[in-house]
Ligand binder design. Structure first.
Ligand SMILES: Nc1ncnc2c1ncn2[C@@H]1O[C@H](COP(=O)(O)OP(=O)(O)OP(=O)(O)O)[C@@H](O)[C@H]1O
Ligand SMILES: [Mg+2]
Length: 215
C-alpha cells in the first residue's frame, strides 16, 4: 500500500505552495487517476513520487515504511509526458538497456512482451515506430527495471482515438501485475479503468467519486 500523508511542496522561490497537504492511498494492483487542469501540480506530484523532487512537508509511506527520495527512485518508474521525445537509443535494444547494460535478453523480451511489442526487431530504431508503439516502448523501458509503482504523466496525450483505446487496454492489463498512478488533464477513457480517482486543483487533492471506483 502506498500512502501519501499530508504531502506538501512549497519551494522558497514561489509565493504559493505548489502542493498543499496531499493525502492519497493506493493499493497494489490498483490504478489511481489524478485529474487536474494545467498548472495544478500533477507533474510535480509525480516527480516527488519518482524521487526526483523532495517534498517540503509530509510523508510517503510504502507498506508502512517512510520512503526517502533514493527509495522512491528504486521503487518508481516514471514515464514522462511525450516520452518518445526523450528516446536516445539508436535501436529498441539500446533504448531498453540504457543505464542497465547488464540486463539479459530474456528481460528485454519479457518487457516487450508485456507491452505487445515482442514481434518487432530489436535492431529497429525507436524513431521507426508508430506513435502508439513509441508509447508502449516507453512503458517497456520502465517495466524492464521491474518497479513496484508505474507513474504515468499524460500517457494518452497526442494519440488518436484508436491508439488511445489500445493504450487504455494495455494499462488495464498492466494493472493486474503492477500498481499504477496516472495523471492527466483529460480523463475521458481512463476513468473506465481507474480504481481510485482524485481531482487536483491548485495543489489540493480531493477524492472524485465515480461508479466503478473502489470505496
Ligand atoms: N521548480 C519549480 N519552481 C517554481 N514553480 C514551479 C516549479 N515546478 C513547477 N512549478 C509551478 O508549479 C505549478 C504546477 O506545475 P506542474 O508542472 O506540476 O503542473 P501540471 O499540472 O503538470 O501542468 P500541465 O498539465 O500543464 O503539465 C505551476 O504553476 C508551475 O509553474
Ligand atoms: Mg504536467
Amino acid at each position: 500500500m502506498l500512502l501519501l500523508s499530508h504531502l506538501g511542496y512549497h519551494p522558497a522561490a514561489v509565493p504559493e505552495p505548489i502542493l498543499k497537504t496531499v493525502n492519497l492511498q493506493l493499493a497494489p494492483q490498483e490504478l489511481g487517476l489524478v485529474i487536474g487542469p494545467s498548472g495544478s501540480g500533477k507533474s510535480t506530484l509525480l516527480e516527488i513520487l519518482a524521487g526526483l523532487v523532495e517534498p517540503t512537508s509530509g510523508q510517503i509511506l510504502w507498506r508502512d515504511e517512510p520512503l526517502s527520495a533514493l527509495h522512491l527512485q528504486q521503487l518508481g518508474g516514471l514515464v514522462f509526458q511525450f516520452p518518445e521525445r526523450h528516446f536516445c537509443g539508436r535501436t529498441i535494444l539500446e533504448e531498453l538497456r540504457l543505464g542497465h547494460p547488464e540486463l539479459g535478453i530474456d528481460r528485454v523480451h519479457e518487457a516487450l512482451c508485456e507491452v505487445g511489442l515482442d514481434h518487432l526487431s530489436l535492431n529497429n530504431s525507436p524513431n521507426t515506430l508508430s506513435g502508439g508503439q513509441q508509447r508502449r516502448l516507453a512503458l517497456a523501458v520502465q517495466l524492464i527495471r521491474q518497479p513496484y509503482l508505474l507513474l504515468l504523466d499524460e500517457p494518452a496525450a497526442g494519440l488518436d482515438w484508436s491508439m488511445r483505446c489500445q493504450l487504455v487496454n494495455l494499462l488495464n492489463k498492466l494493472k493486474t501485475q503492477w500498481t499504477l498512478l496516472v495523471v492527466t488533464h483529460d480523463a475521458k477513457e481512463l476513468i473506465s479503468i481507474a480504481d481510485r480517482c482524485w481531482v487536483l486543483d491548485h495543489g489540493c487533492l480531493q477524492v472524485a467519486k465515480f461508479e466503478n471506483q473502489a470505496s
